[in-house]
Design a protein. Structure first.
Length: 228
């Protein structure tokens, strides 16, 4: 075979449209991701007023503007979609906690600024927080289990950070995890109240009670003697 054979020309010229094919592939991936995001956003919108268990695949795809069959190109089932919603929703909580640990807290008013950060997080991710609040106590068992697992992971991460405080570095791992769970569950409960606040006065009252609740936890810490 020589360079003039049709096969050789095809091979030689096939190097020219590589970038075009790469761009087409990128565009397909972009369209695929856009459709996936549309499904996720549609589900979040629909669960704003009801449990995820009450959603049907057809409702989600209709809201997303796709045919039902296209759903399975992105998710194996409605349960799989629900697990993705949980992962994305808890990302908000993880980002909030990591942001606080990165120095966004006002050290002179730690509890107050913690509540301020929580209020801002709920305002930015209201649908996610509402989804967590509703599904952790009702709905599909697989989602409840996933939420409990996420809460434990976040509490464990927070416990590791708490152990760095001089007042707490002698605490047992069990006690640190209990304390972290108290903070995490308190924040989730407070977030549920915040996202239901319909006016500034209601929000102000929720913030006042939230600060008192967190102060009570801190006061309990001061009186607790942990044993290994």
């Amino acid at each position: 075979m020589n360079a003039r054979t049709p096969r050789s020309r095809s091979s030689r010229h096939s190097t020219r449209p590589v970038h075009g094919r790469g761009r087409e592939s990128a565009t397909r991936e972009e369209r695929k991701e856009a459709t996936r995001r549309a499904i996720i956003e549609a589900a979040l919108k629909l669960v704003d007023e009801r449990s995820y268990a009450g959603l049907s695949l057809r409702e989600v795809t209709r809201e997303a503007g796709i045919v039902p069959g296209a759903f399975y190109r992105h998710f194996e089932s409605m349960e799989a979609l629900g697990l993705v919603l949980i992962d994305e929703s808890f990302r908000s909580l993880r980002d909030m906690l990591r942001g606080a640990r990165a120095g966004k807290l006002d050290t002179s008013r730690v509890i107050e600024s913690s509540v301020d950060i929580l209020v801002a997080s709920v305002a930015e991710q209201r649908e996610h927080w509402r989804f967590i609040g509703r599904e952790r106590s009702s709905g599909m068992s697989v989602l409840r289990y996933a939420i409990r697992t996420e809460i434990r992971l976040i509490a464990s991460e927070l416990a590791t950070d708490l152990a760095r405080f001089p007042e707490l570095n002698g605490w047992s791992t069990e006690d640190l995890n209990i304390l972290a769970s108290l903070f995490v569950n308190a924040m989730i409960s407070i977030a549920e109240l915040i996202e239901d606040a319909h006016n500034p006065d209601a929000l102000a009252e929720i913030k006042r009670l939230a600060i008192k609740q967190l102060r009570m936890i801190v006061l309990g810490v001061q009186g607790w003697h942990s044993t290994p």
